[in-house]
Design a protein around this ligand. Structure first.
Ligand code: MTE
Ligand code: MO
Length: 413
């Protein structure tokens, strides 16, 4: 039964002459650096949306020890999140062919019988289950989030975050065991048993060399890279991002002609809601002090400008746009915070959809470039970019830049 070559559990089933320690080692070492970079930029990205401001920004009840590294996300340099998240998404997409090739190169091992020869062997195979399962889970949820938006039960963030820890723990264990073997394989210094480990028992004649196969994988990665990276570079490069999602509406030209995430129509925001007779900004602060402002009244406050990009967790970003509006810290003063401003809860008038509110940290409120924007590139905000007023904060993830703002509640969260 075990040697029936029609069954994947038989060594005779796997015939490709390409399989062997050299190919697996090269792919493995590429993933060692790539996945480590993905893990680091991923943790950074999670910190960036200030999940500590729970339950507003993140409904995960408790990050526990896994949240040990969280910090207040800085506001400098303004392109910080554009860079870390662009790197995370572009690298993740680029590594897909490498991941698949690596899995392909070791797939006979996953079918090996008997399932466990010893306790150590059983533990090793269990860790492989977490490694392969965790890897597929992280790449799948990541690509789905980039391509299809939020199709998950609950939120993408906690799934991808906890999955990352499981995956990375198994990844580290695997790397500790295998990196020495991989390095020896590349120097062709493997022991006889190691050297034959992945080699098929009854190979078919080759149709492509190992180097050729590697070029194929590398070419696939390169193709994904050049058709993805443009979405993070923005501007004219946006059009080269053939693989980036194109679900959003065409923003058209002119001052408001940059990428739109969710339209006013999608969010259920109507012109009746935003009409100057209906819309008010409600600012609440110390000891319940409340101020209500119409757009005309807001326009009589000191207006300031800042050039800031929008950078989304999905990996796309815009070039810097020229925003003009009221400083958040000036609004904090109106709410009774004359000294250092506190955190703020920002609420949209939007009735349905996931992002109706977001919280900002005191350091973000205090930055003079953080605005409740009323204009962009010299023109009124368009309905889709958040008219009558939206938040824009330097270096922050797009999701914190709430559109159609109607209420600001200052106070430590
Ligand atoms: N009220 C509200 N604000 C929102 C959103 C939303 O869906 N509703 N989307 C956020 C996300 S995820 C991003 S990336 C930015 C995008 O801003 P833009 O559509 O003006 O480019 O807006 C943010 N502000
Ligand atoms: Mo976003």
């Amino acid at each position: 039964m075990r040697d029936d070559p029609r069954l994947p559990t038989s060594p005779g089933f796997w015939r490709s002459p390409l399989r062997g320690p050299w190919l697996t080692s090269v792919l493995g070492l590429v993933l060692l650096t790539g996945i480590t970079a993905l893990f680091v930029t991923g943790l950074v990205s999670y910190a960036a949306y200030n999940p500590g401001l729970s339950p507003v920004n993140d409904t995960t009840p408790d990050k526990g020890v896994l949240g040990f590294y969280l910090f207040s996300w800085p506001t400098d340099p303004v392109w910080l999140y554009r860079f870390t998240q662009g790197l995370h998404v572009t690298l993740g997409v680029t590594l897909v062919p490498v991941l698949l090739a690596k899995l392909w190169s070791v797939v006979p091992k996953l079918f090996e019988l008997p399932p466990a020869r010893s306790l150590a062997h059983a533990l090793e195979r269990l860790s492989l289950l977490l490694l392969v399962g965790g890897g597929l889970f992280e790449f799948t949820t990541g690509v789905l989030n980039v391509q299809l938006d939020y199709v998950f039960p609950g939120s993408f963030y906690p799934l991808h975050f906890y999955g990352a820890w499981v995956f990375f723990a198994a990844f580290v264990a695997h790397a500790v065991l295998k990196v020495p073997v991989a390095l020896r394989a590349l120097r062709r210094r493997l022991g006889p048993q190691e050297a034959t480990g992945l080699v098929p028992a009854r190979p078919d004649p080759p149709t492509v060399s190992r180097r050729g196969a590697l070029w194929l994988v590398g070419g696939g990665s390169l193709l994904l890279f050049v058709t993805t990276v443009g979405q993070s570079l923005g501007g004219p490069f946006r059009r080269t991002a053939l693989l980036a999602p194109h679900g959003g509406p065409d923003p058209g030209g002119g001052p408001n002609g940059f990428q739109i995430n969710k339209t006013a129509a999608y969010a259920g925001v109507t012109t009746a809601d935003t009409h100057e007779d209906a819309w008010r900004l409600v600012v609440t602060g110390r000891a319940g002090r409340t101020v209500r402002l119409s757009r005309a009244q807001l326009l009589r406050l000191p207006l300031h400008s800042s050039s800031l990009p929008i950078a989304c967790v999905e990996g796309w970003s815009t070039a810097d746009q020229w925003w003009r509006g009221v400083r958040l810290r000036d609004l904090a003063v109106l709410a009774g915070y004359d000294g250092d401003p506190p955190d703020v809860l920002v609420e949209s008038l939007q009735r349905h959809g996931a992002f109706r509110r977001a919280a900002l940290r005191a350091n973000q409120v205090a930055d003079p470039r953080s605005l409740l924007a009323l204009y962009v590139n010299g023109e009124e905000l368009s309905p889709d970019h958040g008219y009558p007023a939206r938040v824009i904060v330097p270096a922050a993830p797009g999701v914190l830049n709430t559109k159609w703002v109607t209420r600001l509640t200052f106070g430590d969260l």
